[in-house]
Write a protein that binds this ligand. Structure first.
Ligand code: ADP
Ligand code: MG
Length: 387
């Protein structure tokens, strides 16, 4: 998908208001009824329809007609737009360059600030695979089943932000986090190649032990990367030093499956070095030897970063929801989810009327750009607003 930064600066304030209204309505509706958009935006009917038309033309919303009502849904483009606009309003980024990565669950772009300094924008894309399995699990999605991709993508970004920040502060070799908004993270650009693309290294033994050291340092600080593979390790072009990326699946060493995750990370490196560099060592870290007590880490890590992250605002409950999602999709075949849309029940409709009234109050405050951003309003997993 093309991201056009010039667009960021040319949207009318009414269009922005309508787009924000669609986003708010999306908390409870995959397809937001036009009438609800009118209510939330606080604009006149005719104006809303005209703005919806122009937003749809730019693919920021999509019109959906279904059996019961006509409405609109926020597209990924619309969500991207809102996030990038927030970042650019606070001068974190200014322009968008080339796409450098397409993962299963993210898109990566080179962007720049107003001085032309390059950075990396990671847009999380959870929910590119089907949500059918998720929707069946109402116990943890609650009535918020329609929040799906927006909610999960935002959780992944929040988690990645929390971990990257704590790791960077504590001197781990990770990119410097710069800013985040909704499902997006802005970080330092690392001039590097993924290990996957590196055919030869001067000393495989040295790199191997550096990588195992990183795994051990993580664990001594209470953390396991969980996806420590040749795609998530970047090798700096100038120094050959490794930089670790991609944190949405990190777990604490107190996780009930910690040992499995730890061993999987270790084995991943062993296997890759054997295959790619024909390097094999009988020395590799064991989980039992890196475990630390609850409060204190060892050897220079003076505290448990899993505890620091938990205290940083990324809640345990959010972790659990995200983990359950990741677990579910890793067992699912990807499929087209376009037709997977689902409507609310009668009961939902009543809630919506109430929430629409509350939300209307918010929209009336007049299209503040940070909107839901600043208030951490992502829908709570169990439908209670105080989570
Ligand atoms: P995914 O979750 O889709 O795997 P990653 O965070 O692993 O996303 O990033 C995907 C790719 O984008 C990486 O393999 C790397 O090539 C590139 N990339 C990501 N972050 C950076 C960065 N900070 N600097 C340079 N390249 C990056
Ligand atoms: Mg990755």
């Amino acid at each position: 998908m093309k991201l056009d930064a010039t667009d960021l600066r040319y949207i009318t304030s009414d269009e922005f208001r309508v787009l924000t209204a669609v986003e708010m309505g999306s908390k409870n509706h995959e397809i937001v009824p036009t009438q609800l958009i009118v209510q939330i935006s606080g604009l006149r009917n005719g104006g809303v329809n005209k703005n919806l038309g122009s937003l749809a033309k730019r693919n920021l919303v999509a019109r959906v007609q279904n059996a019961r009502y006509d409405g609109y849904r926020l597209t990924y483009g619309g969500y991207d737009y809102l996030a990038m606009r927030a970042l650019s309003k606070r001068d974190s980024m200014y322009s968008v360059g080339n796409q450098i990565g397409v993962g299963k669950e993210s898109d990566i772009y080179i962007v720049a600030d107003s001085e032309g300094k390059e950075m990396v924008l990671k847009l999380h894309r959870l929910g590119r695979v089907s949500f059918r399995a998720i929707k069946e699990k109402r116990d943890y999605m609650g009535k918020r089943k329609s929040a799906s991709w927006m909610y999960m993508s935002r959780l992944a970004a929040e988690k990645e932000w929390a971990f990257m920040s704590v790791l960077h502060e504590h001197g781990f070799p990770v990119p410097r986090p710069i800013d985040h908004a909704r499902h997006c993270i802005l970080m330092e650009f690392i001039d590097a190649y993924p290990l996957r693309q590196v055919a030869d290294v001067p000393s495989p033994g040295k790199l191997y032990s550096d990588l195992m050291d990183v795994i051990v340092r993580f664990a001594r600080a209470g953390l396991i990367h969980g996806d420590f593979n040749e795609f998530n390790i970047l090798i700096r072009r100038d120094t050959g030093e490794p930089v670790v990326i991609d944190f949405p699946q990190m777990v604490s060493t107190s996780h009930f499956n910690a040992e499995m995750y730890f061993n999987r990370d270790v084995q991943c490196i062993r296997k890759y070095f054997r295959k790619r560099f024909r390097y094999e060592s009988s020395i590799y870290p064991k989980f039992s030897s890196v475990q630390t007590g609850e409060g204190q880490g060892e050897e220079g890590e003076d505290f448990r970063l899993d505890v620091v992250v938990a205290a940083s605002g990324f809640k345990q409950k959010d972790q659990e929801v995200l983990e359950e999602y990741m677990h579910t999709v890793s067992n699912e075949e990807p499929e087209d989810d376009e037709e997977d849309e689902e409507e609310g029940t009668e009961e939902d409709e009543e809630d919506e009327a109430e929430e629409a009234a509350a939300e209307e109050g918010e929209a009336q405050r007049g299209g503040a750009d940070n909107g839901p951003e600043s208030q951490s309003q992502h829908p709570p997993p169990n439908g209670s607003d105080d989570a």
